[in-house]
Design a binder for this molecule. Sequence first.
Ligand code: ZN
Ligand code: FE
Length: 255
Amino acid sequence: MMQIHPVPAFEDNYLWVIEDGRHAAVVDPGDEHPVQAFLEARGLELTAILATHHHGDHVGGLEWLAARWKCEVFGPAGERIDGLTRKLREGDRITVPGLGLPLEVLDVPGHTAGHIAYVGPDVVFCGDTLFACGCGRLFEGTPAQMVESLAKLARLPATTRVYCAHEYTMGNIRFALAVEPGNAKLAARRERDAAARAANRPTLPCTIADELDTNPFLRWSSPEVAASAAKHAGRALATPVEVFAAVREWKNGFR
Ligand code: ZN
Ligand code: FE
C-alpha cells in the first residue's frame, strides 16, 4: 500500500515523500533535515530522489540525502543540478527503485527552462509549474511555453491528484476571485480550503478537475477570465497566450 505524505519545509514548501512502509522516495528535497527526520521516525529506507527543477528550495537537500542513502537521483536533463544519476526528458519512463512505481516524464518549461513533471497512475508531481488555483512565476520561460506546459497537465485525467510543491492556495484563491468573481465553484473551493487551513491541514493534493473548474491560469477560454484580463490590462487580448500573459502579469502585482 503506497502512501504520499507532505513533509513541510521553509515557509510554505511541501517535500513529498512516497512510501510503501519500507522504502521511500522524496520529490524535491529542498532541505535534508525534515526528510531525514521523517524517514527515521517511520523507519523508512530512502531509495530514490526525484527533482523537478534546479531551484534551491527543491534541491538544497539532494546531495546530502544522496550521500547518506546512496540512492538513485532523477532530475531534468535540461538543467544543471549536481548529483543527478539519471537525467530525464519528456517521454522517458522510469520505475521508482524500491517502490516499483511507474512514472512518465513531461517537459513543462516556463517557471524554469528545463522543468519536468512526473506523471504516475492518477498522480502528478509538478513542482512549481501548476499550483492549486495558480501557477509558477515565469523566471526562465515565455507565456507561450507556460501555456503549453499547463495545457499538458490540464489534459491529464480529471481525477489525477496534483502534488504541487508549495502551499499557496489561499492567496491564489483570493486572486482567482478577483479575476472571476462569478465562479461559484471558486467560492465553494475557498470555503473547503479555508477549512483545511484552519485545521492546519494541507490543501493538497488537489485534482485536475479542481484546476479546470477554478484555476484562472488554465481558464483562458472562460469568457469572464478573458474579459477580466482585458479590462485589467486595458487592451484587447486576442489569443489564449495573451489572456494567460495578462493574468500572470496581474498576479505578479496583486496584493
Ligand atoms: Zn521554483
Ligand atoms: Fe519552489
